[in-house]
Design a protein around this ligand. Structure first.
Ligand code: FEO
Ligand code: CA
Ligand code: CA
Ligand code: CA
Length: 599
């Protein structure tokens, strides 16, 4: 996950005890402390307005750190431990806890505009006196940037300019305003950031077509009501029928160049991209893995035609425009009768098997009968439906382990799972699971692979299906709803969760999972996030003795005046709403956990 200093710390810790869901704090291991690097509303530019939670507007939000930060990377400048930057996504907004009910009524358009500007991404410069310390953000840093729901994007790849992408505001079909619902992401080998536009359906009022339905676009007024002020969010309006086709892509941003135009890549297909994570194959081609986070949806990968060229960012930023898009088909190796739906291991001792990557399209042609190239790319879910891809239990983050080269996929849960298969073996899969995928010959461009379920999540004390690669259940931290995955410098897997409060009654968490040796499958909890929050974007700089997470949607289940979280300012809820830069309301924030024992 990005470059970071080598040598130094080992990030030793003793697993924390699981934290009840009602605890409104960041809980870290003994010997560690946590602090925020930046919070929702903190000003990014020299002329940014100071955060004023009572008077937010589109203009104020456009100059401040956005809401609900999900993807995160912390990049230190080459060979330099004292300067760098962070990149973060801002997935969505929680209007019920961002604005007072009075303000929502009296300043309806300001609330809409502040919401649109609080989406997108941030690039923020960082500095510190020496390594091992906490980073501070730099207001007015050279690379500081906000990308929002109105920033112009260039559309590239084979569907750019196609009729399906044209609107009355963009007759070229190549220039889209904004990015929405950016969930997880990844830093590419050439230093850019890929970010997935995930649940974009919720921003649009649809016409009720079959394609819109397959993507979850409803026909009722949206909850945020952006369509009342901006016609493009209403697909029933003349000339705007295709606006939703312009979202649901993987976007690419160059964080080093704040003047660059970000890109939407059509050759990676359109679905609810959890993320896009790129890795180079042995022969230098770019391979991007991406899950479609929906119950019974699919895992995809893209393989570039051209090769990465060291130092040529312009060339590398065009790699995703030519190549092949695939979708995954999983096949178990145990008899169907042995998959009992309760997580009982089949007689060969593993949920495992082989798989194939089914090609859907190249940059030149569709490989799906009855669909044109543009249709495959714009309606990728329908293309994958036709080709018999394997319906998975909500594929979230999918990332390649830089140490062992295997690919790890978090399947977060699927309460609607009724028919099981060996890759999705639990009926009503409440707690989710993690699949370890090995491309044939270790080659990321391969069209076949092997796979094994690394763990079936759960609280071993109450869940009989919980399974941790054979490691003794009584020795692991309980875990549920795996969402983001990351790796430390030794190749251990780190998993952040989204949903533990609702399944096993525990605050969402970050866990370390050992992959190698006799302790394979050992889950150790490193931290827990505040009430109603989700742990996002883990970045593990073990040699810097630091772990970074995005604390997303703290206090999401509360209301203005009745918040369930006051993270991170913890201003007394009985006190005034704002004192200086602190507010008596939850604020999504970037958190650094660092070692204070000097080990
Ligand atoms: Fe935004 Fe799939 O989590
Ligand atoms: Ca098997
Ligand atoms: Ca996610
Ligand atoms: Ca999530």
């Amino acid at each position: 996950n990005g470059n970071h200093p080598t040598g130094g710390g080992k990030l030793d810790f003793t697993a924390i005890k699981p934290v009840p869901r009602t605890v409104d704090d960041v809980t870290v291991p003994e010997g560690y402390e946590w602090g925020t690097i930046i919070r929702w509303g903190d000003p990014l530019f020299k002329d940014s307005e100071e955060f004023d939670i009572q008077h937010q507007t589109g203009k104020s939000a456009a100059g401040q750190f956005g809401y609900n930060n999900d993807y995160l990377n912390i990049v230190s400048d080459g060979g330099n431990d004292r300067s760098g930057y962070l990149v973060s996504n801002h997935e969505y907004t929680n209007e019920n806890i961002m604005f007072s009910p009075e303000y929502i009524i009296s300043h309806r358009k300001d609330v809409v505009d502040a919401g649109i500007q609080s989406h997108g991404l941030s690039v923020v410069e960082l500095e510190r006196a020496k390594r091992g310390q906490k980073w501070e953000y730099v207001q007015g840093g050279r690379r500081n940037r906000r990308i929002t729901g109105t920033t112009p994007f260039k559309v590239t790849g084979p569907a750019a300019g196609h009729a399906l992408l044209k609107t009355v505001e963009d007759p070229t079909g190549t220039r889209v305003l904004g990015t929405l619902n950016n969930c997880a992401g990844g830093t590419t080998p050439w230093g850019t950031v890929l970010s997935g536009e995930e649940n974009f359906n919720q921003y649009f009022k649809g016409r009720g077509t079959a394609e819109e339905k397959r993507y979850g676009i409803g026909t009722k007024a949206t909850q945020r009501g952006w369509e009342l002020f901006y016609d493009r969010f209403d697909l029933t309006k003349d000339g705007y029928e295709n606006e939703a086709n312009r979202f649901g892509w993987v976007v690419e941003v160059d964080p080093e160049d704040p003047t660059s135009t970000p890109v939407k890549h059509t050759l990676l297909g359109r679905f609810k991209h959890e993320a896009g994570t790129a890795v180079l194959s042995g022969d230098g081609r770019a391979v991007v893995y991406s899950g479609d986070d929906e119950r019974h949806d699919y895992l995809y990968k893209f393989v570039s035609a051209k090769k990465f060229v060291e130092g040529d960012k312009k060339h590398n930023m065009r790699l995703l425009d030519e190549g092949t898009l695939y979708v995954a088909k999983f096949k178990g190796d145990s008899p169907k009768s042995e998959i009992d739906g309760k997580g009982t291991l089949p007689s060969d001792g593993a949920f495992d098997g082989a798989g194939e990557w089914i090609a859907l399209a190249t940059d030149k042609k569709s490989l799906v009968p009855g669909m044109s190239l543009a249709e495959v790319l714009v309606y990728t879910r329908l293309a994958a439906d036709k080709m018999g891809a394997t319906k998975l239990d909500r594929p979230e983050d999918v990332e390649t382990n830089p140490v062992n080269g295997k690919v790890y996929m978090a399947l977060t849960n699927n309460t609607k799972r009724t028919e099981v298969d060996e890759a999705n073996p639990v009926v009503g899969n409440r707690d989710g699971h993690v699949v370890e995928l090995t491309e044939k010959g270790g080659d990321h461009t391969a069209t076949t692979f092997n796979w094994v379920i690394l763990l079936l999540a759960g609280d071993p004390a109450v869940s009989s299906s919980a399974y941790f690669a054979g490691y003794p259940k009584e020795l692991v931290s309980p875990i549920s709803c795996p969402d983001n995955v990351a790796f430390d410098s030794e190749g251990n897997l780190w998993i952040s969760t989204d949903g533990q409060p609702g399944t096993i009654g525990l605050a969402d968490a970050l866990h370390k999972v050992t992959l190698d040796g006799p302790e394979r499958g050992r889950v150790e909890q490193f931290l827990a996030v505040p009430r109603d929050a989700e742990t996002c974007g883990p970045v593990i700089h073990d040699r810097d003795n630091s772990v970074f997470v995005n604390v997303q949607h703290p206090g999401e289940d509360g209301n203005w005046g009745a918040h369930t979280s006051y993270f991170p300012d913890f201003l007394s809820p009985a006190g005034p709403v704002q004192v200086g830069d602190k507010v008596a309301a939850p604020r999504p924030s970037v958190v650094q956990v660092f070692n204070v024992t000097g080990n």
